[in-house]
Structures are given as structure tokens and as C-alpha cells.
Design a protein around this ligand. Structure first.
Ligand code: PLP
Length: 388
């Protein structure tokens, strides 16, 4: 048998620390490795598998579409693209909102910043320190210090202010095109904005003729127990960016603009060959339909309640985040606990805050799977207590 782990290590640049197994297939909240071991995936394939792994509705949609028309670019109209845009507007936007499709979260953020610059005629972008927005030049320049250090010459005219601090935002926004932030800073450790902060930013942006951009690559599409952070926090951004769960694993990104901003975007301002292609489009429509039909937004809110009510371990000091974008803040570094969970065949995430276990499970997760995590944590924590 081919040793796929060795083969990948030989041929793929070692840019990621990987889980030590070769994944073969997935279904719902579960994935199987090549040796047939079954894992409970509470990391959701990096927050992508919102409607579960390899969902039948996506497989059916992309199979049917690929036999009909695999690709044509934005130079033609496509019924499936129109439907995907309508689905995203109906779920996360408002009447008159419009969509720009691209291929990833980084690209969505690049394009949102570009829209803000085109619309306002200003160059400077203000970003909240600690955010994560992607690895392309503009997106990484807006990202927290850990990721942008040693990257001289980004030249993207981006300044950072502390997350949650309205008075530094006020100063920085004076001559800015936009303020970009993740309403919940996921990679950082699920640091969560308050509604007051976001409403304050919205007011400051309005006052200064700047746009408010929410990076909803993780918070969007039902994960926070509401269609998007815009709905969960009650402050209206001018632009929202989406990716990850948007097409359930078919690469896709999107920028959603309010009617006022949409009205100011002109032909030629943006472009993408693959963005809004037929395969991504049918996957986007099927994903949003599944989230709505299966009431996964409501389930995310219920599962958050269950976790908050039952994860009452003294070792968990705080639970950050919303819905099924949660950070369990431990009283110690989380890595040994994450490793112990992996030995029990449960996949969870880490964060830049080394004390945090990040949960980003499929939104289809139920009480039984949450109970498995709780039971595993109980065993791990009590074994430690005995050992100590
Ligand atoms: C909040 C957020 N924004 C943007 C990105 C970048 O997305 P992509 O990797 O699709 O470029 C990520 C990726 O983890 C993310 O978490």
C-alpha cells in the first residue's frame, strides 16, 4: 500500500502542522482514516463542513451540474449564479444587496477592501489587531502581528488598532476607506466583540464616510446561531465577506454589499475568472438551502446553550464565542488536552491563545456528539487530577 503520509511529506511544502493520519472519507460529523479509524470531527474540516462532511445534496448538485456545464466565466449570465447570489442575499443580506463571487476568504477580504477604496476614493484601511483575514498580500497586511511580521513591503496602507477600543478607532478612521474586523476573532481564540463596540464602529464609519467590513468567513452562514454576525450582534456592516462553509468544500468566496454600496460599484472594478462558476454556484445554493431547511442556525444556538450548561469543569475558566464558534479557555495550555482528545478520536482546534480549545463542528452536531466530547474531557481532567 502507498504510504500517503510519507508521499505528501515528500512532495508538499511543509507549511502546516498536520494531524498524524491520512483521511479517507467523511459523513456528517464523522471522518475515517485510511486504516478505518473513525473520528468525531468537532473542527468541521476547518469550519468548512457546516452541513456535515460530503453531504448528499452537494454531491448530487455538483454531479448534475458538472455533466451539464462544468465552467463558464462571468462574461456570461448563468441561472445557477443568479440563484446562488439570491440565496446569499436572502439569507445574510437585505433587499437590494448584491454579491461579488470569488474563490476564498483571503480573496473575499481583498475584494471588500478594494470595493471600499473604489467607493470612498480613500486608500487607508483600519483593521482590528488580532484578526485573521487570509494570506494574500492585502489580507495578511490586515491580519494580526504574528502573521504579518517579517513581511516587509506589503505596502497596503493598513493600520491596526486594538480590538474593542472605540477611541483609537475614532482617531484612525478620520481618513480611512474602511474598518475591517472579525466580529469573533476565531483564530485568535474566539475573542468576541460586544454589540456596543460594533454599533459604535458602525456609527464612526458613517460619520467619517468609511465602510464597515465584517469578515464573516467563520461567523457567517448560521454558525453563530444567527444567519451572520450582522444578525447576531445587531450592527449593520456595509460589506460582509464569506468563504469556508459557503459551498461546503467546493472553493468559493463572496462579498455581500448593502444596496447603497452596491449602487456605487462600476463594471471593471473587480474581476475573477473562477468566482461564481457553475459548480461553486450550485454548491452555494444547496448549502444555504440545507442550513435553512434543516434549521441548522437554530441548532447552533441550541448546542451552544447545551455546551454552556454542561461544560462546567473547573479547568474551563471561560467559554468565548457564539453558537458553534466557541473557545473553551482552559486554566492551562490546551495542546496536551487536544492531544488526549485526539487519542480518543475526537478532533478539536487550537488557537493563537494557547489556552484555548476551539470548537467549529458541523452545524448538524447533536447532543449525542456533544456528550461524547463532555465525557472525554471528564475522563481526561479526572485522570490528570488522579495523576496530580
Ligand atoms: C476569519 C477568516 N478570514 C479569512 C480567512 C482566509 O480564508 P482562506 O483560507 O479561504 O483564504 C480565514 C481562514 O482561516 C479566516 O478564518
Amino acid at each position: 500500500m502507498v504510504d500517503s503520509l510519507a508521499l505528501e511529506n515528500e512532495y508538499v511544502l511543509p507549511t502546516y502542522e498536520k494531524f498524524p493520519f491520512v483521511l479517507d472519507r467523511g459523513e456528517g460529523c464523522w471522518v475515517w482514516d485510511e486504516e478505518g479509524n473513525k473520528y468525531l470531527d468537532l473542527y468541521g474540516g476547518h469550519a468548512v463542513a457546516a452541513i456535515g462532511h460530503s453531504p448528499a445534496e452537494i454531491t448530487a448538485a455538483i454531479t448534475k451540474q458538472s455533466a451539464k456545464l462544468l465552467f463558464y466565466s462571468n462574461l456570461v449570465y448563468l441561472k445557477v449564479r443568479a440563484e446562488a447570489a439570491k440565496a446569499l442575499v436572502d439569507f445574510c443580506g437585505e433587499k437590494g444587496s448584491q454579491v461579488f463571487f470569488c474563490n476564498s476568504g483571503a480573496e473575499a477580504n481583498e475584494n471588500a477592501m478594494r470595493i471600499a477604496r473604489c467607493v470612498t476614493g480613500k486608500a487607508k484601511i483600519v483593521a482590528a489587531e488580532g484578526g485573521f483575514h487570509g494570506r494574500t498580500a492585502g489580507a495578511v497586511a490586515a491580519t494580526g502581528y504574528k502573521y504579518r511580521k517579517n513581511m516587509a513591503g506589503l505596502g497596503c496602507d493598513i493600520v491596526h488598532v486594538p480590538f474593542g477600543d472605540l477611541s483609537s478607532a475614532e482617531t484612525a478612521l478620520k481618513d480611512a476607506a474602511a474598518f475591517l474586523l472579525e466580529p469573533i476573532q476565531s483564530v485568535q481564540g474566539c475573542t468576541t466583540a460586544t454589540g456596543e463596540y460594533l454599533n459604535g464602529l458602525a456609527a464612526l464609519c458613517k460619520q467619517n464616510g468609511s465602510l464597515l467590513i465584517y469578515d464573516e468567513v467563520q461567523t457567517g452562514l448560521g454558525r453563530v446561531g444567527a444567519p451572520s454576525a450582522r444578525h447576531a450582534f445587531g450592527a449593520r456592516p456595509d460589506l460582509q465577506t464569506f468563504a469556508k462553509a459557503l459551498a461546503s468544500g467546493v472553493p468559493a468566496g463572496a462579498v455581500l454589499a448593502t444596496p447603497e454600496v452596491s449602487a456605487k460599484v462600476k463594471p471593471g472594478a473587480l474581476g475573477s475568472t473562477f468566482g461564481g462558476g457553475p459548480l461553486a454556484s450550485v454548491a452555494i445554493s444547496a448549502t444555504i438551502k440545507a442550513i435553512v431547511d434543516k434549521k441548522l442556525t437554530e441548532n447552533a444556538a441550541e448546542m451552544e446553550e447545551l455546551i454552556r450548561a454542561t461544560f462546567n469543569f473547573p479547568q474551563i475558566k471561560e467559554i468565548r464565542g457564539k453558537g458553534l464558534l466557541l473557545g473553551l479557555v482552559l486554566d492551562r495550555p490546551s495542546k496536551p488536552i487536544r492531544d488526549a482528545l485526539l487519542k480518543k478520536k475526537i478532533i478539536v482546534g487550537g488557537a493563537d491563545d494557547i489556552h484555548v480549545i476551539r470548537l467549529l463542528p458541523p452545524l448538524t452536531v447533536g447532543p449525542a456528539e456533544i456528550g461524547l466530547l463532555r465525557g472525554a474531557l471528564e475522563e481526561i481532567f479526572s485522570a490528570e487530577t488522579v495523576a496530580a
